[in-house]
Structures are given as structure tokens and as C-alpha cells.
Design a protein around this ligand. Structure first.
Ligand code: ADP
Length: 628
């Protein structure tokens, strides 16, 4: 009925509930964050002290959620409205006023009423003048002249834009009736949006244009005053903009000027506008490289840096948190039904698979939320009143990531063009395995050829493409092993290694076992079983060391029609393949290179080679497989 393995079942002793609908969802965002206890604690502390925070971690693990949660923790009583007023002495230097939230609107209203009554008075005056002209004209019996004169006066007045003495200030930042501090997401914002801008005015000269103060626009740094300014991918923000951001952070006020130099807005510079925000910056480790040094050190010195987790221990407590997560996602979506207990269990099982590690649950919850919604949509489509196990299983097939879909497409294409073979045997050709994207496996066929060296001194290892370096290293790693075992000196040969098809975005450090196998096969002229796929990393001593993504790789091998897959023994606990692949493929755990050759090679030359190789590799004491 269910496809959960037994050890998984045993731990599945949740608090009692029939469906995710029985689980209560906490009110505050900060309490909805799953698995990031340390980050949550830091953010709570930072909110109390109004400190900046740098969150480092993978996408989709709750960074922006933490920033939003922090905004909820900041005191809303401190919120302010900000007004920009005209400056009668210097039109290009509008004035700024800050007041408690809700006051701004009232001030603007007062000015509007004043301006209106002044306008009305002007109208009355105008009517009186025209009336007087007509009356005088009639008295003098100059009817036509009087009407013409009145018409001219009317036209002149209408042409003249009223030189309004009462200019209404503009509400730059309005926090009226807000009961939480602002959260502003400035990810990817350009300088104008971030720092504020002054619009261009084509009629600036001649007094016909829009007054400068009305053209001033608040930036995100101002809108987040007393709240949180969130910037993801902080390292991809222009250096100059990061520098300005730092200045704003330090000064807590920042005047607004036109950002485009050729615009009339560039002539205008407002007084300083309050921008007392807390910065929450985020990104992955790479992003740190693009981050302004001074900005980073400001956060380090006056704030907190948190490295977030991408998985958590697989225990009862954490599984219960995932149940809460599902309830949250259902509630947030609002259109999908709640999950039955079996459906919840299947999502948790998927979280376990996606972590790629033994006894862990993934915290890449944005993706897992995608699966929850996909299953919910299927249930809704069927008119079901709860999401069942079957819905989740179909959703898993449907909701394949882009990378998985790419991998599928490659497999289809390559089956058509038969780039790889899933039967028979071949010298020098190996079906390696790699990971594309996050965790999608893909077959990576590798071909090696060996020829006597062209140069007298030494042979060359010729490997091109992105994986070339790894190939060279793998061959060097095995060269000593090969020489000892077979007497074949690699340095007397030119060895060509080719990846029969390579793609964007794959990493090859787990291909060293495959490369070594291909090279040995080519050198010794012993064929490789083409029904076998391989993954593993190789040490200089010939040990096979653990690699990432075994589950995805095994599934890809099965998908490509392989009968067996060789994986590092130390990875066995990470194997969490889907039920439907279990009968399709045999998993062979290996400890060292002789195990690999034993299972991957075919034909008469194999025995001698393996026996010799064993003598060397078996000297390594069992049970001590070094982890990288
Ligand atoms: P990030 O900013 O790290 O890319 P987000 O905070 O935008 O990720 O997360 C996207 C969505 O994924 C959230 O709205 C939430 O539904 C879900 N999610 C991600 N991480 C968590 C978490 N730790 N706890 C609960 N939900 C999460």
C-alpha cells in the first residue's frame, strides 16, 4: 500500500492527526520557519537590537521569509510618514518633514483645503473684474468692446497658470494605518528604485512645469524606514550602488536626487530623507565575492552573519515540523485541500530522498512546497476533498524540475542517436554518471583511447572540455596503480579521453572511477560491460570514495536501461530510489578499484587484471574508507 521502507515507517510515530488540516499553523511568520533554528534565534535577537543580518545559503530555504518575519518583530509604533515640501527660496532643494504615521495624510489635507479656498477666492475676484468690465461697457454703450475686453481678460487669465502661493506638499512615504513595520524587497532594484529619484520635467523652464518637490520619488531605502530592507543576491548589485547603500545605512538619512544625469531631475536635490532601515542581505557563498568589502565588514561589525542549513536531522521532531510545513503551504495556497496522513508521509519520504544524505530531511522547502501544490492541484482537478498518497505520487512524476526534464530529453535524444549503448561490451567506453542541476542524474558516456606515445620522453594525457582537468587528475591518480598491477607504464602512451556528450551545468568530480575504468580498459584492451553504469571518486591508493547525488544517478541509470550500477559502498545509506526503479536495476557497492573492474569488465583479459589489482587494493585495511 505504501512504498515507505521499514526503517522509515518505524520512525513515523507522529502526534495524532488524520490530515494536515488538524495541525495548527502559527500566526507569526517567524514561527512558521522550519529547520532554521539558529537563523531564527539570530533574527529575533537582531530585531530587538535593530542590527543588520547577512543570511548565506541555498535558494528556497527561507531567507526572504526570515526577513519578512523580522519586519513583523520590529515595533510598528515607531513608523513615520515623510512629506516633501516645496522650497520657496530654492526650488531645486525641496524640504523634508517626518512625522508619526497617519499625520502625513492630515497635513496634506490641510494644505489642499487652504489651496482650494485660495483658488476660490481668486475665481471670485476674476468674475468680479469681468463683471465690472461688462457693466462699464454697457454704461458707456460700448457693448461689443466690453464683450471683447471681457473675453480677452478671461483668456489671459486662463492661459496664466495660477501662480499658486499655497503649494501642497507631497506624501513621500505613507505609513497610515500600517500595523507592521515595512518589509521592502529590493532584490535586483536599480539605483533609482533603491535610492530614490527625481522625475524629468520637460517644461522645467518657463514656470509651466511640475514643481520640483512633486517630482521627488522615494526610494526603497526610504520606504523601508523603521522596517526591513531585504536584498537577495547582494553581490550582483553594482559596486557603486552598494557603496551608496552603505552610506545610507550609516547616516540613516539620504537625500534624493535625479539618478539620470541628462535629466532635469539631476538638478534637484532634496534635503535628507530618513532611511533608518535594518538591512537583511542574502545570497549563496559565491555571492560574498561580489559583495562590497566595507558593506560586508559593516554587517560583520554591527550585525550578524548566519550560514543557513539545507537539510536537518531525520527525527520525529523534525518530521512533525514538516507536517506543519504542509499545513502552512495548504493554508497559504488557499485553493488546495488538506493532505491525508499517507500523503503527508509520502511528502516526508520525498524530503528524505531530496536531502541526498543518510538520515536527513531536505530544507529546500520552496521546491518541496512546489510538490505540495502540484499534488494539491491534481486532487483539486479530480474534485477530491483531500490529497491522497496517489495524488502525491502522480505529482512527483509531473512536477519534475527543469533539470530533470532536460535530463529526460537528453536520454531520449541519445537513445535515438545511440550515443550510449545499454547492451554488449566495448573497449575503452564507459557509462559514467553525473549530476545536472540540483539532484537530477544523467548518463555521461566516456571514451578512452591509448596509443604509443608520439614523443620519446613521455606520453600525454589529452582531455578536452570542462571536465578535462578532472580527467587528467583521475588518470594520474591511477597511473601508479596501473603500473604496479599490469606493468603498463602510462607515460609511454598518449591517452585521449573524451566525454561523448557534455552539457552545461554538470560537475565531474564523481567521474574519476569511470575515467580510470575507461583508461584501464583501453590500455589493457579488456572490454567494458555496457549494461553497467558507474559513479565514484577515486583516491590515489585505489579506494572508491563517496560522491553526491547517488539516488538521482541510480534513477538515471535505470531510466537509460542500464542493468547494473556501481556506486561507492560508503554511499549505500544515501540510496533512496523510487519504488518503481527497484526491480529495474541492480546496485553494486564497491570499496576499491579492483571491485570496480571485477564488476565492470568482461572477457578473457579480466581475471588476470583483477587478481593483480586486488593484491594492491586489498592492502588497504577494510572499514577505513576515508571521507573526502
Ligand atoms: P529564499 O529566500 O531562501 O530563496 P524563501 O524564503 O523565498 O526562500 O522561500 C520560498 C517559500 O518556500 C516560502 O514562502 C515558504 O513557502 C517556503 N519555505 C522556504 N523555506 C522555508 C522554511 N525554512 N520554513 C518554512 N517554509 C519555507
Amino acid at each position: 500500500m505504501t512504498n515507505l521502507n521499514s526503517s522509515f515507517k518505524e520512525k513515523l510515530d507522529f502526534k495524532s492527526y488524520k490530515s494536515s488540516g488538524d495541525i495548527e499553523v502559527p500566526e507569526r511568520i517567524i514561527d512558521q520557519i522550519i529547520g532554521q533554528e539558529e537563523a531564527v534565534e539570530t533574527v529575533i535577537k537582531a530585531a530587538k537590537q535593530r542590527r543588520n543580518v547577512l543570511l548565506i545559503g541555498e535558494p528556497g530555504i527561507g531567507k526572504s521569509m526570515l526577513a519578512k518575519g523580522m519586519a513583523e518583530l520590529l515595533p510598528p509604533e515607531e513608523l513615520q510618514d515623510i512629506l516633501v515640501y516645496p522650497n520657496m527660496e530654492d526650488n531645486n532643494n525641496p524640504l523634508i518633514g517626518a512625522m508619526p504615521a497617519g499625520e502625513g495624510k492630515k497635513v496634506v489635507m490641510t494644505y489642499r483645503v487652504k489651496a482650494k479656498s485660495q483658488g476660490e477666492r481668486k475665481n471670485i475676484l476674476m468674475m468680479a473684474i469681468i463683471g465690472a468690465i461688462i457693466v462699464i461697457g454697457f454704461l458707456l454703450q460700448q457693448y461689443l468692446a466690453a464683450i471683447i475686453a471681457a473675453g480677452i481678460v478671461l483668456l489671459v487669465i486662463m492661459q496664466m497658470k495660477p501662480k499658486n502661493n499655497v503649494m501642497v506638499p507631497k506624501l513621500l512615504v505613507n505609513n497610515d494605518s500600517k500595523n507592521t513595520a515595512p518589509f521592502v524587497d529590493a532584490t535586483g532594484a536599480h539605483a533609482g528604485a533603491l535610492l530614490g529619484d527625481v522625475r524629468h520635467d520637460p517644461y522645467q523652464s518657463g514656470g509651466l512645469g511640475t514643481p520640483a518637490h512633486e517630482r521627488v520619488e522615494a526610494g526603497m531605502i526610504h520606504k523601508s524606514n523603521k522596517g526591513v530592507l531585504y536584498v537577495d543576491e547582494i553581490g550582483s548589485m553594482q559596486m557603486k550602488t552598494q557603496q551608496e547603500l552603505l552610506t545610507a545605512m550609516q547616516e540613516k538619512k539620504y537625500s534624493i536626487t535625479g539618478q539620470s544625469e541628462s535629466s532635469s531631475g539631476a538638478m534637484v536635490r532634496s534635503d535628507e530623507v530618513p532611511c533608518d532601515f535594518v538591512l537583511v542581505a542574502s545570497g549563496n557563498l559565491q555571492v560574498l565575492k561580489g559583495m562590497h568589502i566595507a558593506l560586508r565588514s559593516r554587517i560583520r561589525g554591527y550585525g550578524y552573519e548566519v550560514f543557513m542549513k539545507d537539510s536537518m536531522d531525520d527525527n520525529l521532531e523534525n518530521r512533525n515540523k514538516l507536517v506543519q510545513f504542509i499545513a502552512q503551504e495548504v493554508k497559504k495556497d488557499g485553493r488546495i485541500p488538506h493532505f491525508s496522513r499517507e500523503a503527508v508521509e509520502e511528502i516526508i519520504h520525498e524530503a528524505q530522498r531530496r536531502s541526498g544524505k543518510k538520515d536527513e530531511l531536505t530544507l529546500k522547502l520552496r521546491d518541496l512546497g512546489g510538490l505540495v501544490r502540484a499534488a494539491g492541484d491534481i486532487a483539486t482537478g479530480e474534485g477530491a476533498d483531500s490529497v491522497t498518497l496517489a495524488h502525491v505520487i502522480s505529482a512527483k512524476k509531473l512536477a519534475r524540475t527543469l533539470e530533470q526534464q532536460i535530463a529526460d530529453r537528453y536520454i531520449d535524444q541519445r537513445k535515438t542517436y545511440s550515443v550510449f549503448k545499454s547492451e554488449g561490451s566495448k573497449v575503452g567506453i564507459v557509462n559514467g554518471l553525473a549530476i545536472i542541476g540540483d539532484r537530477s542524474g544523467i548518463l555521461l558516456p566516456i571514451a578512452a583511447e591509448a596509443a604509443p606515445a608520439q614523443s620519446k620522453d613521455e606520453g600525454k594525457i589529452i582531455a578536452t572540455g570542462k571536465l578535462g582537468e578532472i580527467a587528467k587528475e583521475a588518470v594520474q591518480n591511477v597511473s601508479a596503480l596501473i603500473k604496479k598491477n599490469t606493468g603498463t607504464d602510462i607515460s609511454n602512451h598518449d591517452i585521449h579521453i573524451q566525454f561523448l556528450q557534455s552539457y552545461e551545468g554538470i560537475e565531474g568530480d564523481s567521474a574519476s572511477v569511470s575515467i580510470a575504468t575507461a583508461v584501464i580498459s583501453a590500455l589493457e584492451n579488456v572490454p567494458v560491460d555496457q549494461t553497467v553504469a558507474l559513479t565514484g571518486s577515486l583516491s590515489v591508493r585505489g579506494d572508491v570514495m563517496p560522491v553526491g547525488g547517488v539516488t538521482g544517478k541510480i534513477e538515471a541509470a535505470a531510466e537509460a536501461g542500464m542493468k547494473k550500477v556501481i556506486i561507492p559502498e560508503s554511499n549505500m545509506d544515501d540510496v533512496l530510489i523510487e519504488e518503481r526503479y527497484k526491480d529495474k536495476i541492480e546496485i553494486i557497492p564497491v570499496r576499491n578499484m579492483s571491485d570496480v573492474l571485477e564488476n565492470a569488465l568482461l572477457g578473457s583479459g579480466k581475471e588476470g587484471l583483477v587478481t593483480k589489482m586486488k593484491k594492491i587494493t586489498d592492502k588497504v585495511p577494510k572499514g577505513i574508507i576515508p571521507k573526502p
